[in-house]
Design a protein around this ligand. Structure first.
Ligand code: ZN
Ligand code: ZN
Length: 143
């Protein structure tokens, strides 16, 4: 099923309305397929002549977070980014200068991490651990 359709269906099944602003924000997340900031969402809407107040955008983001449609990413002291919640496991590459963020996935890396996680679990009482890992660098424009 198309990802936007499945999100619309989820909203409808919970009895929520699919307002124009909400629909545009969801589609923006899907089209970008990369983490975005609230500012980027606002710019995108402005260009489409839709002037939503910053607080409205944050309210929409809160709403999508509560429904587990998006997830929030916090990179150290950087501003918050958001991305659509998908089942694929990935990490992020973050530009230290402009905060442009890309998804990265590496099977080799995951194999290494699984070995490390086994070691960590063997030495602790924890269960069901997961990891989060970000890489920082300079993007093409900032080099
Ligand atoms: Zn950059
Ligand atoms: Zn991983």
């Amino acid at each position: 099923m198309n990802i936007s359709v499945s999100i619309y269906d989820k909203l409808k099944s919970y009895g929520f309305k699919l307002t124009r602003g909400r629909k545009l924000i969801i589609n923006f997340f899907i089209d970008r397929n990369q983490p975005v900031s609230a500012m980027e969402i606002m710019d995108f809407l402005h260009k489409r002549k839709i002037n939503l107040h910053k607080t409205t955008i944050y309210r929409q983001l809160e709403f999508l977070l509560e429904l587990n449609i998006i997830r929030q990413l916090q990179f150290a002291d950087r501003k918050k980014m958001y991305e659509i919640r998908t089942s694929d496991h990935h990490h992020h590459l973050v530009c230290k200068n402009c905060q442009k963020t890309e998804k990265v996935a590496s099977a080799a890396l995951e194999t290494e991490i699984q070995t490390m996680e086994k070691d960590i679990l063997a030495g602790s009482d924890f269960k069901n651990i997961r990891h989060s890992l970000e890489f920082f660098g300079l993007c093409r424009q900032c080099q």
